[in-house]
Design a protein around this ligand. Structure first.
Ligand code: SF4
Length: 94
């Protein structure tokens, strides 16, 4: 999950108590600005995806985004379109 605002981090800390968002403790996006993970249309997502690739919470972050239908930004190393395709692929296999 891109954690880039004070509100996000505060929400994350609150949620840490119930464990659902415990992967945010090591989220690398918390150390960057939001522009990397929420780029303007047509901008590169390469740097965000690189950080996701080395982030310990990547799998949990991606599953959170899929479960909560996050529509914007890079989550778990995937763009909006990539998450949509993954979700459709999973639904088609059912
Ligand atoms: S996988 Fe990417 S978006 Fe998710 S917590 Fe890690 S750095 Fe942030």
């Amino acid at each position: 999950m891109p954690i880039n605002s004070t509100a996000d981090r505060t929400a994350g800390r609150t949620a840490l108590t119930d464990g659902e968002l415990s992967w945010q403790e090591t989220a690398l996006c918390a150390q960057t600005g939001p522009e990397l993970f929420f780029p303007e249309p047509g901008s590169s997502t390469r740097e965000a995806k690189f950080l996701c690739g080395i982030c310990e919470g990547r799998e949990a972050c991606l599953e959170y985004a899929l479960t909560h239908d996050e529509r914007f930004g890079v989550w778990g190393g995937l763009s909006e379109q990539e998450r949509y395709a993954l979700k459709r692929g999973r639904a088609d296999r059912r």
